[in-house]
Write a protein that binds this ligand. Sequence first.
Ligand code: DQA
Length: 143
Amino acid sequence: MTAILILHGPNLNLLGEREPDVYGALTLEEINRRLVALGEEMGVEVRTFQSNSEGALIDALHDARRWAAGVVFNPGAYTHTSVALRDAIAAIGIPVVEVHLSNVYAREEFRHTSLLAPVCVGKITGFGWRSYALGLRALVERD
Ligand code: DQA
């Protein structure tokens, strides 16, 4: 069965209590539950992982290349800063979709830059938890 990693970066463990007007009221656990259910509907295995640490996210990407068909990745603030995560995505040779809950282009200018988007197959931003669902579907249905 196809397996997909849903990867969450820094501060996303606080979803539900963190700036709910920006990021919504759902907890990370609830979002993960919905994505696993969507995966079941689509016949794919969904595994999830969150870390606040750049190194742990890099390790998760490296590990995913051995078992995952692709990654749906919300890199949080590392989106805007991390050359190391960009290099990891470029290195692993499996497709990665960048997703964001908020519309980063409607927010501060520093959020308009992604160091990761050029090495991802696509990017979905602004649809709340559904950004992950859209990313998962796009990855699985992609030709
Ligand atoms: C975010 C957007 C980032 O700019 C921010 O640093 C986050 C969350 C989002 O999902 O909207 O932590 O990735």
